[in-house]
Design a protein around this ligand. Sequence first.
Ligand code: AMP
Ligand code: TRP
Length: 335
Amino acid sequence: MDRPTKRILSGVQPSGDLHLGNYLGAIKNFVALQEEYECFFCVVDLHAITVWQDPKVLANKTREVTAAFIASGIDPKKNNIFVQSQVPQHAQLAWLFNCIARMGWLNRMTQFKDKAGKNSENVSVGLFSYPTLMAADILIYLATHVPVGDDQKQHLELTRDIAQKFNNDFKTDFFPIPEPLIFGQATRVMSLRDGSKKMSKSDPSDYSRIMLTDTADNIAQKIKKAKTDPQPLPSTKEDLKQRPEAENLISIFASLQNSSIENVISEYAGKEFSDFKRDLIDLSVSKLGPITTEMNKLMTDTSYIDSILNDGKDRAINVAEPVLTKTKEIIGFLS
Ligand code: AMP
Ligand code: TRP
């Protein structure tokens, strides 16, 4: 079995419409990394069903994430794009990891606490053990690097703890300790309605997020309505500290423009938000419009998308199966 030194695994849930946070925090970085790393990009439908998903739309959401990957510039020939539920080794390794991870570790996960809220007695068991499946997604490929948005940092620390405990318990160095890759100007994109809340698929307000399926008009409306404060744009990065909405819009601008927050600040220092927003609308439409158009085009030919996923599945299984076999052997299962 080869032991890669530069292998990426990352996952995106088909649980709703992809938004600017998914794009700037994750997918845009995947595109940048594909030259340097061997990549596995997974549509994580097993994670999606930790909360209710309508069976009538789930398959198409799964294709839509795939289309977003390709439309954003991920080359499906060079990279492995596949669906989590089609590679059974993920769920099998997740069970083994359920027996490695400790209740106390999972009890500390802030994403679970946020998602469960006051309802923690009534959420699925899957939502609680979600991070052990994520660890399995990564380690079933012996992945060394994991590009994600900032919100996934804690889950990655847990993945590292699981790999370490497994290695310690069984006196082996079989699993690598994967490194998070969290980079760019927008690792945590915030809601357009409230700069203290993450932009998310589950926010009830459509105006809180720009979606990859939005038209130019939708984008313009959402940015025009985005919350700001009454002051003009700041002249130093320091001045952004107590201004979460301004900070968010400037980070989005910098990330879309592939420039830095400092550059954007120096360009707009002292200007009014109305001017800045006008330019942000133009920039967003020019960067996201072509992706949306390509996604729509890809979605008209589901057989093409399904063939990519089918290929990806075969390649993923080829890598995952020997890792699962070896893990079972280390544990002492009869082969
Ligand atoms: P999810 O939609 O939860 O499957 O997330 C897919 C990827 O997008 C993960 O790498 C997340 O960390 C990233 N992501 C989700 N929301 C945001 C956000 N608001 N800002 C930056 N990255 C995000
Ligand atoms: N938990 C991630 C999210 O919600 C999605 C995910 C599942 C993932 N498995 C993964 C990300 C493996 C990176 C690696 O954003």
